[in-house]
Write a protein of this length. Structure first.
Length: 359
């Protein structure tokens, strides 16, 4: 007997903007949220839509995690400065996807502890975080041709400033074209580093939801430490405009790329802690490291006279991400090592072509 899945109810999120109307509109995505201090309250997520006739649609998002700030800075700026006559097509700007987390300065939502970037496809009858994910899944993502989602390291990681896309599963021509276009936009973004990114766990991610719909998806990791610097904010602003130009939405030409390419071929890129302690790094971001040599040490903090635990690099390459702050817990990702390659074309096949032998 066939059992049909029940049809999902409509999203409870109500947009105060008309996504199909020409011109510029600033408004909100309003999600009813009844709570102790507001029985008929709402979560209100700022949104701007700018449309000028027919053309591609770019969905631009930040604060998927609430303690990552370069994206919101670039996107609030764009929403205040971009005019309909500047563009062809449509730009949808959501500077703070996870508005509750953004307001609290936390990675996850203070309402339900939900990690928005692990909550897709979401559910219209679920938690607040699941309802937000469901709205993006069923309403906003289907509108988009290009999706740019800004990330940085938040309060617990620090990154080399990079723009990234993923190698997509499957060998059909449509998937290969989608993947190639994503890496073209990564190069156009023009960050100091560009990455073929490997995720520890891609289940439930916004990235995965967009890519499985056939959308061209580009993301970033721009610094971290729970703040934004003048440099990383400038990279975000310039990269954002470059992507809009390369997508045919803004006029002009993309400046020649000066980016350096990194590949993350496998899980050996990640260094995890099995014990807790005070971390001492043996290399800084951007330094070359060698497989088997110490990348960090963990000093036990409960007693003196005990030697540290040595964490070796699992491969040779460039230290591209590191843990912050100084105390590490068991299971934490302490460091990430990537391999520098000549360009996006060198990241195809079973392994990368290294620019310089580090072994």
């Amino acid at each position: 007997m066939l059992v049909h899945a029940p049809e999902l109810r409509p999203s409870p999120v109500l947009a105060t903007v008309d996504f199909d109307r020409d011109g510029i509109q600033h408004g909100f995505l309003r999600l009813p949220y009844s709570r102790d201090d507001s029985a008929w309250g709402s979560v209100v997520i700022p949104v701007t839509v700018i449309r000028n006739g027919e053309g591609p649609t770019a969905l631009l998002t930040g604060a998927n995690h609430g303690d990552e700030y370069e994206g919101p800075l670039a996107l609030f700026d764009l929403a205040a400065s971009l005019k309909p006559e500047d563009i062809r097509g449509r730009v949808i700007i959501v500077p703070a996807m996870n508005q509750p987390a953004f307001a609290a300065g936390t990675r996850t939502s203070p309402i339900d502890r939900g990690n928005l970037n692990r909550s897709f496809p979401g559910h219209p009858g679920g938690t607040v975080t699941e309802k937000i994910a469901d709205y993006f899944q069923r309403v906003l993502l289907p509108m988009a041709d290009v999706v740019l989602d800004f990330h940085s390291g938040g309060k617990t990681l620090d990154f080399l400033p990079w723009c990234a896309a993923h190698i997509l599963p499957g060998d059909n021509p449509e998937t290969r074209a989608q993947e190639a276009r994503a890496f073209e936009l990564v190069e156009a973004f023009g960050a100091p580093w560009s990455v073929r990114m490997l995720e520890i766990d891609a289940i439930g991610m916004y990235d995965t939801a967009a890519e499985e719909m056939g959308k061209v998806f580009v993301t970033t990791e721009l610094g971290g430490g729970g703040t934004a610097t003048a440099r990383t904010t400038r990279i975000a602003r310039e990269g954002l405009r470059n992507v809009l130009v390369a997508s045919g939405i803004l006029p002009g030409e993309v400046p020649p790329a000066k980016t350096r390419w990194l590949d993350m071929p496998d899980s050996d890129c990640f260094v995890f802690a099995e014990d807790g302690g005070l971390v001492e790094f043996k290399a800084d971001l951007g330094d070359k490291v060698r497989k088997g040599e110490p990348i960090a040490c963990l000093w036990p903090t409960g007693r003196t006279g005990v030697p540290p635990t040595v964490l070796p690099a699992g491969r040779s390459g460039i230290l591209c991400a590191r843990h912050v702050p100084g105390i590490v817990k068991p299971g934490d990702c302490v460091a990430v090592v990537a391999v520098e390659v000549g360009g996006a074309e060198d990241m195809e096949g079973p392994g990368p072509r290294e620019v310089e032998s580090l072994v």
